[in-house]
Design a protein around this ligand. Structure first.
Ligand SMILES: C[S@@+](CC[C@H](N)C(=O)[O-])C[C@H]1O[C@@H](n2cnc3c(N)ncnc32)[C@H](O)[C@@H]1O
Length: 212
């Protein structure tokens, strides 16, 4: 998805109290930031944020955090939250490589990975958000059933992720090889990439895994 560079994006993000640029400071403190004890759901690689923005509006009793590494891209989610106050949504501008430094053990109740970059070359396996190094970090920050919900149109990433989850001891809760035409679609909120890929006629793969 082409995004026009915004030179003021970082500055705008830094000035907004709903955005956290140094999330390490808030490890273990996110419920105080939301000023309630509701569960916290996290999306990694949130992009322009259509999914998490709509999910937060639909679920006012859950707290949501969108984590994204690109300032310009995250600034599009900032546009949305500036236009409409969604008190249960916060944004983090940071890299998921260090996610255990941003959240305490068991601080997150569910993780969403939507259309993550596939990194198809074998030498880039370590960058895939379902590589074992990431799963280890997710296991630490997640509580309860340690739910991870993933959507992608990339079959290779999907197959790799299923293999990686299974190797790490995650089990499948729900799965669809055609989310758009599945029973899960009724509750499914689309991301920007999802809309684009559906328009192209691509199948959307979906899996929800857990670990106990
Ligand atoms: C293909 S886009 C998908 C965006 C959105 N989830 C959607 O479905 O429309 C992947 C996004 O993940 C972000 N991303 C990739 N690696 C990341 C990382 N290590 N930490 C945080 N964000 C990351 C990218 O900057 C990009 O915005």
């Amino acid at each position: 998805m082409r995004v026009r560079f915004r030179s003021d994006a970082k500055d705008r993000l830094e000035k907004n109290s709903f955005v956290f640029i140094d999330p390490v400071e808030n490890k273990g403190n996110w419920n105080n930031i939301f000023k309630n004890s509701n569960l916290i759901h996290l999306e990694i690689g949130t992009g322009k944020g259509q999914f998490i923005f709509n999910l937060a509006k639909k679920n006012p009793n859950i707290n949501f955090i969108g984590l994204e590494t690109q300032p310009t891209i995250l600034s599009y989610l900032l546009d949305k939250i500036e236009g409409e106050n969604v008190s249960n949504l916060r944004l983090i501008l940071a890299d998921a490589n260090n996610v255990v430094n941003y959240f305490a053990e068991g601080e997150i109740s569910k993780l969403y990975l939507n259309f993550s970059d596939p990194w198809p070359k074998t030498r880039h396996e370590k960058r895939r958000l379902t590589f074992k190094k990431f799963l280890k970090q997710y296991e630490y920050i997640l509580n309860g059933a340690k739910l991870i919900a993933q959507k992608t149109d990339n079959m290779e990433l999907f197959e790799y992720s299923l293999w990686s989850y299974s190797n790490y001891g995650f089990k499948i809760n729900n799965i669809s090889l055609d989310l758009t035409n599945s029973k899960y679609e009724k509750e499914n909120l689309h991301t920007e990439y999802e809309d684009k890929f559906i328009k192209k006629g691509n199948n959307i793969y979906y899996v929800e895994v857990y670990k106990n």
